[in-house]
Design a protein around this ligand. Structure first.
Ligand code: MLT
Length: 416
């Protein structure tokens, strides 16, 4: 009989968001009236329409595709030159950061890239993740066989968990042991924290000293308001030798359903081969792309390119500001309910500490039952998230305001 990948059997329950969906369905099926009032602040999925500049560029691209001269079949797997150049130029070079066009790999999403990147690493790396953590980093390592079973708290053997707590501002301490791969995500999902230049510099120094690679997820960089907070790991000297950066058009341009993202793999970044020699990762990622991917569709890449046009920038800026105003409204509501609140200032996520001793899923059920609001339980992001819940600011203004009214009037003391 054919054998399955038994590493999948180690995975805990469902992936977090489908599991939330399942629980919400059970609740709404049993409470049809409450279902009508439901406000979803769980998954960080955008709600507002695509920017006009993006839509116009996509319409034009579709029309081109309807002509013999403008038709596009398979494109370059790594992305069309026009988009790779727009990204490298606008997101990096104009900001004084060295990134060549062919170091940009255009893909259908950062979630996919964060999982797929494991294809080019060996199976014997020591891997560190933040706790709480975006579950994709952990689950893809479980699937790849990089862990043993999970313990009762949901921590997998073989991974190094870096606690992110209110005390350390949700930025992990540099580990005393050596790790080969470390996932960092700033602005952070789920805590909404940011890392300072000095904190990221300490990680880059650590990686250079230990020949480690930083997998830097910057999917939420557009939400940074504080001028001192770095948007890219490449703002830190030396990072080109030790870091891969993931970015996305999902949360700035509203592309969660349109699908387009990119990864930067600098040519200087090297890892050790089994014979001990050092080899660059760039050709491996390029090879992986050419073999396993046929690229993002032409109209979508034209839409992504339009984000960098003057109108596109303005419209995306307005979108981001819109969600950040939601974040402010929701943040203040939870503060007024008397809870400790983090994030929501340079990130679209608000990370809330519930009353002492109340587990995250109890808080989730309480909010669903009493306020008909869907949140994300902090423990779903890892053991260090226990006792917290996350509110996403991706919503219409009307719903964000209504959710804020309900949150502000809740007696969280009754959640226990
Ligand atoms: C989240 O809610 O954490 C995000 O939507 C997940 C994602 O971007 O894949």
């Amino acid at each position: 009989m054919a054998r399955l990948n038994s590493h999948y059997l180690k995975l805990k329950a469902g992936y977090l968001f489908p599991e939330i969906g399942r629980r919400v369905k059970v609740f709404t099926d049993a409470n049809p009236e409450a279902a009508k009032r439901l406000i979803r602040c769980g998954i960080g999925d955008v709600t507002e329409p695509l920017p006009a500049a993006v839509r116009e560029a996509m319409h034009k691209a579709i029309d081109e595709m309807g002509t013999r001269e403008g038709f596009h079949g398979y494109g370059p797997e790594q992305g069309y030159e026009f988009l790779r150049q727009a990204i490298a130029e606008n997101d990096y070079r104009t900001k004084g950061l060295e990134v060549a066009d062919d170091e940009v790999f255009v893909s259908d999403g950062s979630k996919c890239d964060c999982g797929n990147i494991l294809d080019i690493f060996g199976h014997d790396n020591r891997i560190a993740v933040m706790d709480p953590v975006y579950p994709v980093y952990v689950d893809t390592n479980v699937m790849a066989g990089h862990t043993s079973e999970a313990d009762e708290a949901g921590r997998y053997g073989g991974l190094v968990y870096l606690p992110c707590t209110a005390e350390n501002g949700f930025v992990p301490e540099i580990p005393s042991e050596k790790v080969d791969l470390v996932y960092l995500c700033y602005p952070n999902n789920p805590t909404g924290a940011t890392a300072t230049r000095a904190q990221l510099a300490a990680w880059v120094d650590y990686a250079l000293a230990n020949d480690s690679v930083i997998l830097f997820d910057a999917a939420y960089e557009a939400y940074i308001r504080d001028a001192d907070v770095p948007h890219s790991i490449y703002e830190i000297p030396g990072a080109r030798k030790c870091a891969i950066e993931f970015r996305s058009f999902s949360k700035n341009g509203g592309f969660t359903g349109t699908r387009c993202a990119f990864t930067i793999v600098p040519k200087e970044l090297e890892c050790s081969a089994s014979d001990g020699s050092k080899k660059p990762l760039h050709p491996l990622w390029n090879r992986r792309f050419s073999t396993k991917f046929n690229g993002v569709s032409y109209p979508v890449q034209r839409g992504a390119e339009a984000i960098y046009s003057p109108e596109g920038r303005k419209q995306v800026g307005d979108l981001v500001n819109f969600y950040m105003e939601n974040a402010r409204i929701l943040r203040e509501a939870v503060l007024s309910a008397g809870l400790a609140v983090y994030g929501g200032v340079d990130a679209p996520y608000i990370w809330v500490k519930g009353p002492d001793g109340v587990p995250s899923w109890t808080l989730f059920d309480f909010l669903l039952r009493e306020a008909n609001i869907v949140t994300t339980p902090g423990s779903g992001f890892g053991a260090a998230g226990e006792g917290y819940f996350r509110i996403s600011a991706f919503n219409s203004r009307e719903r964000a305001e209504e959710a804020a009214r309900r949150l502000a009037s809740l007696d969280f003391g009754k959640a226990a």
